[in-house]
Design a protein around this ligand. Structure first.
Ligand code: PDD
Length: 281
């Protein structure tokens, strides 16, 4: 694989980052994942805008302009011959001379920017979309600024492992009895034809796929309600699903071992998946 590191395109084995990098020592960095279908970037602008916001919230400057970022994405897609897959981007606060809680001066410590591709042939034809996934509910023990897409992914990773151990595919996180989101996706239920998903706040990541899916849903005259829902309400829903850049729209058919609705992927999730894939590529 050819990867991008601080201005250079390199073989992945030659890309090296300092042990003092604050991404490594302190999870002081942000990231984005953008999917590629048929060689085309999906929702690039949305990811670029959110990246700029994440950086701003952490008082970091972007080492590249939006145009440069787009050019790097395209170059990596071309160099690695990606038809379907993902591009991972990470920007950290760089590598000062020593470990220190105080932010380094950006003049002397430039940020570290790295991008790499992940080849996923047939990404849009993921067979899981036909059968749906199983989810468990776990307590949300992340920090309070989940709207910033930081690389602090230890708790989501633990959540994914709890799900695997329980024979499920993913976990929905719960705070004060209400579902926040999945480990790496936004969470939805459908009741009486109405699409219900948590409203935007610092409690969840403002999903780029979420924004597009809700827009397409409204354009298709489907009813959308942005509000919190409890795990009990989810259990009694007709349907459930998740959205993210890597799964698009994915039906959830089981919650804590109990079927959601009739235990099959629902028509609303199927329709939204179809519209999303049609409209965004
Ligand atoms: N995750 N919520 C969380 C906590 C996420 O990590 C993600 C994305 C989303 C969905 O956002 P979007 O639609 O913009 O991808 C929601 C990426 C895919 C990841 O960590 O791999």
């Amino acid at each position: 694989r050819t990867v991008y590191l601080n201005g250079d395109y390199l073989p992945e084995t030659e890309a090296r980052v300092s042990i003092f990098d604050r991404g490594f020592l302190m999870a002081d960095g942000v990231y984005e994942v953008t999917s590629v279908l048929d060689g085309k970037l999906i929702d690039f602008d949305g990811h670029a805008v959110r990246l700029e916001r994440s950086l701003r919230e952490l008082d970091m400057d972007s080492p590249v302009t939006r145009d440069e970022l787009l050019a790097i994405h395209r170059e990596l897609v071309a160099r690695n011959g990606i038809t379907d897959g993902m591009i991972y981007l990470q920007i950290t606060r760089g590598a000062p001379d020593d470990r220190d809680f105080v932010f380094p001066d950006p003049e002397t410590t430039p940020p570290t920017i790295v991008l790499f591709t992940q080849n996923k042939p047939g990404l849009a034809d993921n067979p899981a979309a036909r059968v749906g996934i199983k989810v468990i509910g776990i307590e949300d023990q992340r920090w309070g600024r989940r709207d910033i897409k930081t690389v602090q992914l230890l708790y989501p990773s633990l959540g994914k492992m709890m799900a695997k151990k329980a024979g499920a595919d993913d976990a929905w996180m719960i705070e004060d009895g209400m579902v926040t989101e999945g480990t790496s996706n936004n969470a939805y239920i459908v009741k009486g034809g109405k699409i219900i998903t948590r409203a935007l706040s610092n409690d969840i990541l403002h999903g780029i796929t979420r924004a597009a899916v809700l827009r397409f849903a409204r354009e298709a005259q489907m009813e959308v309600e942005e509000r919190s829902f409890s795990i009990d309400e989810a259990r009694a829903a007709d349907e459930a699903f998740i959205t993210s850049a890597s799964t698009f729209v994915m039906p959830v058919v089981e919650l804590d071992g109990q079927p959601v609705g009739n235990g099959q992927p629902g028509p609303v999730a199927a329709r939204l998946r179809e519209i999303y894939l049609d409209e965004s590529r």
